[in-house]
Design a protein around this ligand. Sequence first.
Ligand code: VGL
Ligand code: ZN
Length: 218
Amino acid sequence: MVTAFSIDDRDILLVIDIQNDFCPGGNLPVPRGDEVVPVINRLAKAFRHVVLTQDWHPPGHTSFASSHPGKAPYETIELDYGTQVLWPDHCVQGTSGAGLHSDLSIPHAELVLRKGYHSGIDSYSVFFENDRRTPTGLTGYLRERGISRVFSVGLAFDFCVRYSAEDARRQGFEAIVIEDACRGIDVAGSMAATRESFAALGVRCTTAAKIPAGTIPT
Ligand code: VGL
Ligand code: ZN
């Protein structure tokens, strides 16, 4: 049994893409995506440092099936940087679908990081875009602030949470995913692939029960 984590100032909670479009009723709903909101609100009270992220696409983004005539959502396409899953239009900049879920309540969050704003590149990871070369700047932000452990939660487990946690690990942080504060999409075996990849890369999984209750903001 894993003992409870002790959370301190070198830890950060990365709250990934808790946006209306990824919740039931949105344009790219993750099944039961909204269920994680109260769990994340509670977890956030244990972390002095919290970063929120938003998927933030311009209209006509290359990840949208509608940008590729004859293609349907959830099909794949080959782009310069490799295979890309095509999605329904979602999280278009400035729309209500791109907004954070209205029940998310983390007033002490220190940064809201937007990603996916280059029209020709998708960005699942909050560290690097899908070309695997274009940085978002988050590595430098975390290093400069003395962070050593990155705890990830949010949507979707098998896309943005997966790629973010893996990149955190590759960038030299300890990476922990709080599984019951995530929900997945599961396209073509992506849930199983995520678990295998986490094991290979040293991304650890835990549950919200292993994070002691916190009282931040005090
Ligand atoms: C995501 C698909 C497309 C995510 C974002 O947040 O996991 N998935 N864009
Ligand atoms: Zn997206």
